[in-house]
Write a protein that binds this ligand. Structure first.
Ligand code: ARG
Length: 464
């Protein structure tokens, strides 16, 4: 057999059209699976030796050949050829050029179970990288929250000022989201952690392959139980893309908050020069491009999930060549996630909170209306009545161009005899936060505790 020709040459009489070769090749993008593909092949060779399909010498030659190919690829010396469809055929052909024993390597194996195995190995490694980046981003956010732990800002609903919160509380909200993202990626890892090699093309093999042995060599925790599912399951890729998509949504929401905070209308945040751009026309501009791009990148992450879902939804069992299209969205999402996380980890420590402007924005007396209702309720006034009365007060203020804290005592006395004595104390943002009682609220003591919790729990994932 000529190692540079397609292995199915026996049945074919015509050469493949160059147009078809160009159209169908995947090596231009799947080459990057080389480490995992070679690792899988070495394990397969060792297993073939163990069950007596190849002898020790052949096994050693195959393993040496594959190791050399790995080095050639890493040193940029390997010649990838698009004449040979994919990574598997490129590597197999190079191996056969090195040793005749290479002709035996594909025993009991199909590219269908080979690619599924290779991708599972790749996804498992990628998840580990992303989990560690997520922990680092959490740590950077926690640090940022801690440095600004006394800063009060208005919190928003409907993008309208609602009640005061601690800035740290809002930052920690993103830490919670990232924790859920980690859970999704761990779930992906667990679903990828199954050895499918040994499924053959779809129906297993009549050679008694030792699948447990291969699973052990490759670090898979279990082996698949249905060969047809084994070659056609891409749920672990969907899981990855779902994790990346949700993470993209979270990062985009964070980015949007930062775009608002850095605007002159909000004024909470000074953007670092090193991570911002100016305008080619307007000398006054400093734009939050980094956050805008983060928001924009989420579109890729969301659509890559969609792309794979559409690809898979009508495929009959088992392997179909359509599935080759699973790789580009996977790689794109992995690369995008890594870049976004690295960018944020570097940028967040350089963001400056403008503390006095935050405080100024938190002194709007309407932000404390709900506190007044809560106080009245504790004086035994039914909630709906208290809500109505404070609403009336706000109407009165608007009619008379008054701020809520300047309502005259005579008006307050009509609501509750003790109200006017309390009145001024309602409008202190720090006191308002200290009054918060519920678990998970922005009460400063609770926020400080949560910061400590995160610092402690991130220690193990950061390996310090
Ligand atoms: N390049 C193919 C893919 O990524 C490998 C499997 C090809 N199998 C086949 N029967 N043509 O899906």
């Amino acid at each position: 057999m000529n190692a540079n020709k397609a292995p199915w040459g026996g049945r074919f009489h015509e050469k493949p059209s160059s147009l078809f070769l160009q159209f169908s090749q995947s090596v231009s993008f799947d080459w990057r699976l080389y480490k995992q593909d070679i690792k899988g092949s070495i394990a397969h060779a060792r297993m073939l030796e163990k069950i007596g399909i190849i002898d020790q010498k052949e096994s050693e030659e195959i393993q040496r050949g594959l190791t050399e190919i790995l080095e050639e690829i890493e040193q940029g010396q390997f010649k990838w050829s698009t004449q040979l469809e994919d990574i598997h055929m490129n590597i197999e052909s190079a191996l056969i050029n090195k040793t005749k024993a290479g002709l035996k390597l594909h025993t009991g194996r199909s590219r269908n179970d080979q690619i599924a195995t290779t991708m599972r190995l790749w996804v498992k490694e990628e998840v580990q990288k992303i989990l560690s980046l997520l922990s680092r981003l959490q740590a950077v956010l926690v640090q940022w929250a801690e440095e600004n732990v006394e800063v009060v800002i208005p919190g928003y609903t409907h993008l309208q000022k609602a009640q005061v919160v601690l800035l740290a509380h809002q930052i920690l909200a993103y830490v919670e989201m990232l924790e859920r993202d980690k859970e999704k990626f761990k779930e992906c890892y667990n679903n990828a952690d199954v050895l499918v090699l040994g499924s053959g093309a779809l129906a297993g093999s009549s050679i008694e392959l030792d699948r447990e042995y291969v699973a052990n060599l490759l670090g898979f925790s279990r082996i698949s139980q249905n060969s047809m599912d084994g070659v056609s399951d891409r749920d672990f890729v969907l899981d990855f893309l779902y994790g990346a998509s949700t993470l993209g949504i979270h990062l985009s929401r964070f980015a949007e908050d930062m775009v608002l905070w850095s605007s002159s209308e909000w004024g909470f945040l000074e953007l670092p020069d090193a991570f911002s751009s100016g305008s080619s026309l307007m000398p006054n501009k400093k734009n939050p491009d980094c956050f805008e791009l983060l928001r924009g990148k989420s579109a890729r992450l969301i659509s890559n999930l969609n792309r794979l879902s559409i690809l898979l939804k009508s495929l009959p069992l088992t392997y179909n060549r359509d599935m080759q299209e699973d790789k580009e969205p996977l790689f794109d999402s992995a690369d995008t996630v890594e870049r976004c996380l690295e960018m944020l980890i570097a940028m967040i420590p350089k963001l400056k909170i403008k503390k006095s402007l935050c405080l100024k924005q938190s002194e709007d007396s309407l932000l404390f209306a709900t506190d007044i209702v809560d106080w009245l309720v504790q004086k035994r006034i039914p909630f709906r009545e208290a809500h109505h009365k404070v609403g009336e007060l706000i109407g009165y203020c608007q009619k008379n161009s008054l701020s809520l804290d300047a309502v005259p005592s005579s008006v307050l006395d009509a609501i509750h005899p003790e109200l006017s004595k309390q009145w001024k104390s309602f409008f202190d943002p720090h006191k308002s936060l200290e009054r918060k009682k519920t678990m998970g609220s922005p009460n400063p003591d609770l926020v400080r505790k949560r910061i400590l919790f995160w610092k402690e729990s991130l220690k193990s994932s950061l390996g310090s």
